[in-house]
Design a protein around this ligand. Structure first.
Ligand code: T1G
Length: 712
């Protein structure tokens, strides 16, 4: 190494004194693609071959340390050199090597740092082993080096959860040696200088610290329970256990073998699809090049549960917010609700009092409608009643500044009708948040028939700034998510009439991987919302359609609206979901009244028919052009309705299973649930042609004379 600076494609070495600085520069996130692995290996060799160099620092250009293996290379034949071999060379280096961590050191990135002889971390950086979130396990020594450095229990937690760790916690765990708020490279150089001539701490050669076996077994059992059908966390826990049972080299070999097995698994394929879809979903071809309108000040109408959650999300996203209520009492209640949402992070120390005060000051709540006059975006989150919306949007049409985007958070009403009230429909969109709005990532950005492209692009841009997932969709009853729910919830109810009890259906769907079964969810959300919708639609319901909500109606008649009334499909003594014999009796009674001879349904039947209902409706949504891509439907279900991410979403799963099989399930569903569940033409068509939902080009499923197309 002669000059002060040498380059490979993505890795360069800079040297001013006896410390060499190895800089990885592989945008966007410095993933360990082949060129990086080769460059790192060359750098270690050069450092060790150059007598003028006494130690090295490994760091990255750009906004982050290595964020992991290159996801684009996954599933392809691995190219030499392999990352575990590169990291072994780093660990075995005769000269000290120190990692300088900024941004997010994740997966293979943290594994690289673990192979170094010391780690220096910027105070605002994050580290973690998120491989389980991609259905994988760490594949470059993470499961073997981490327990040796931090102990078995913390390693189990980090590897099995995939969570990201802040600098202070990393320091106290012994995961890093130094945390700095200044120049991380300078601090790493100083650390490297200290190690010159010393015995180096090589993680792979350390003894695994002793651990309480009972506590470890309990923690492993907890991991399995939490995984709800996902394989990777339990497998990762097993590899951590192997660290204390096997010599390091054998542990590494087992980890590597397991990594490749999981790479080929359906679950990993699904989770990698979800990772890509989460990033793709906000890119909508027809909005490309459309500049969003600038937004700084946002109005929110209504400070109920939704309005307060939206206001908090907006302030957290850095907007100035004007919340408007109808009376002084409602303003007080709204202020309390908003403050309440920040109270928990304040209590846990996630927010300081100063930050709380600052946020609080950015949400101005009043009963003065004219406070909205200079807002760039106004989100209406008032009562779900067309007359209320009419009043609000006609007033907004007169009051809002020209160019302001007017959004409704309606989940059930016609956005086109609401837009018409404003007299400026081009400015109107739907922004359908999910409750709790400051937590849930999904936002349906509803494009009305006359919404202008830049108003829609503004909705997408604002959702992105809130770190949410915007799914652009057209107008239909329930948009994507509630429309899907409106077809699969009745199927769940039909199983009650046929012989199951709520806990059987919930149990089957929770075993499938749903966070909660439909009846538990309904208790959480409140039975009264769906009840109101059923009553609203009663007049127009097809009398030939099978009606399966009788039990739900009777529960509502009894005032059992779910958790908020202490009883619904279940009862909640001490807050714990508990089976209620009263509900079992009611279910049996309704079955008898309707003439059903009750018999139990296998969990698999429940799972397959509920899934078939979702896929069928998803196909109709695509055919009507309500969304452009199958991934839009999947993102709504995974992020809004607890569909297990490791299954990819209903449309991805349908493709993976094969549409001929799905078609057979939908036919079985129609036989069970009635003619409303006729197979969608699109599925028949794709099954005949051997096509898949995933291969459809954006909008291809929709005929050119679809509603959205014709209105555009
Ligand atoms: N490989 C390739 N591209 C990646 C990538 C990766 N690992 N991570 C992100 N990108 C792309 C992403 O697709 C997007 O590109 C752009 O970078 C910005 O990402 C052996 C093998 C790092 C916290 O799981 O968590 O290591 O879509 O929009 O919000 O054990 O990306 O715009 O074209 O997300 O600032 C483990 C995954 C891999 C980390 C940045 N690592 N990435 O978030 O930007 S497994 C991960 C993230 C592994 C070893 C195995 C986040 C981020 P495009 P972004 P961001």
């Amino acid at each position: 190494m002669n000059g002060a600076r040498e380059f490979s494609l993505s890795v360069s070495i800079r040297r001013h004194d006896e410390i060499a600085l190895v800089i990885i520069d592989n945008p966007p996130v410095n993933a360990t693609s082949q060129a990086v692995r080769q460059g790192l290996l060359d750098a270690v060799e050069k450092i060790n071959a150059d007598p003028a160099v006494k130690a090295g620092v490994i760091g990255c250009a750009g906004k982050t340390f290595i964020a992991g293996g290159d996801i684009r290379e996954f599933g392809k034949p691995p190219l030499l050199p392999h990352l575990p071999d590169v990291l072994q060379a780093i660990e075995d280096s005769g000269k000290p090597l120190v990692a300088a961590i900024h941004g997010t050191a994740l997966g293979g990135g943290l594994e690289t740092a673990l192979a170094c002889h010391a780690r220096v971390m910027a105070a605002d950086a994050l580290v973690g082993l998120p491989e389980v979130k991609l259905g994988l396990v760490p594949g470059a020594g993470g499961t073997q080096r981490l327990p040796r450095l931090v102990g078995m229990l913390p390693a189990l937690d980090l590897v099995a959860s995939g969570r990201q760790v802040k600098a202070q916690e990393a320091l106290s765990l012994g995961l890093v040696d130094v945390v700095v708020s200044g120049d991380v490279f300078e601090a790493a150089r100083a650390q490297a200088r200290k190690l010159i001539g010393k015995d180096l701490r090589r993680a792979g050669r350390l003894e695994v610290p002793a651990c309480d076996q009972v506590a470890f077994a309990a923690a492993r059992a907890q991991v399995d329970k939490k995984a709800r059908g996902q394989i990777a966390p339990g497998v990762a826990a097993g590899l951590v256990a192997a660290a204390s049972a096997l010599p390091f080299a054998e542990g590494i070999a087992r980890e590597r073998k397991t990594f490749f097995e999981l790479m080929r698994s359906d679950q990993s394929r699904a989770l990698r699809y979800v990772f890509a879809a989460e990033r793709e979903v906000a890119r909508v071809a027809r909005l490309e090049g459309v500049a969003p309108r600038p937004v700084e000040k946002v109005g929110v109408i209504g400070a109920g549960t939704m309005g307060a959650g939206i206001a908090v999300a907006l302030v957290d996203g850095g907007y100035d917010v004007r919340v408007v209520e109808t009376s002084a009492a409602a303003v007080d209640a709204g202020v309390q609700r908003i403050e309440g949402l920040w109270a928990r992070p304040l209590k846990s120390g996630k927010l300081t009092q100063a930050q709380f005060d600052q946020k609080r000051a950015r949400a101005y709540v009043s009963a003065d409608f004219s406070a909205l006059a200079d807002c760039d975006l106004i989100i209406e989150a008032a009562f779900e009643d067309m007359a209320v919306k009419q009043d609000i949007f006609s007033r907004l049409g007169a009051l809002a500044r020209p160019g302001a985007v007017l959004a409704t958070n309606t989940s059930a009403l016609d956005v086109n009708a609401i837009a018409a009230f404003s007299g400026r429909a081009a400015d109107v969109i739907g922004l359908h948040f999910f409750s709790p709005a400051h937590v849930m990532r999904l936002v349906e950005v509803v494009e009305g028939g006359r919404s202008s492209a830049d108003a829609v692009a503004t909705g997408v841009a604002v959702a992105k700034r809130l770190k949410k997932l915007p799914v652009v969709c057209g107008v239909c009853d329930g948009f994507v998510g509630n429309r899907m729910l409106a077809v699969w919830r009745p199927v769940a109810e039909m199983f009650l009439e046929a012989g199951a009890l709520p806990q059987d259906v919930d149990g089957a769907l929770e075993a499938y991987g749903f966070a909660m079964g439909p009846f538990a969810v309904s208790d959480l959300a409140g039975l009264d919302i769906a009840w109101a919708r059923r009553k609203r639609l009663a007049a127009t319901r097809d009398p030939n359609e099978r009606y399966a909500s009788t039990v739900a109606d009777r529960l509502c008649d009894l005032g059992r609206f779910g958790q908020k009334t202490g009883a619904g499909w279940y009862v909640y003594p001490d807050g714990k979901r508990t089976i209620d014999p009263v509900v079992s009796e009611l279910v049996e009674k309704v079955s008898a009244e309707k003439g059903f001879a009750r018999k139990t349904s296998p969990a698999e039947d429940i799972q397959r028919l509920v899934r078939a209902a979702m896929i069928n409706e998803g196909a109709k949504i695509l055919s009507e052009g309500i969304v452009g891509r199958a991934l839009d439907v999947d993102m709504v279900l995974v992020h809004g309705y607890g569909y297990p991410a490791w299954r990819g979403g209903p449309m991805f799963e349908a493709d993976a299973i094969g549409l001929e099989c799905i078609l057979a399930d939908i036919e079985a569903l129609r036989a069970f649930a009635g003619p409303a569940y006729e197979p969608a033409a699109l599925i028949q068509q794709l099954a005949d042609s051997g096509g898949t939902f995933g291969e459809l080009a954006p909008g291809e499923a929709a005929p050119k004379n679809s509603l959205v197309e014709s209105l555009r």
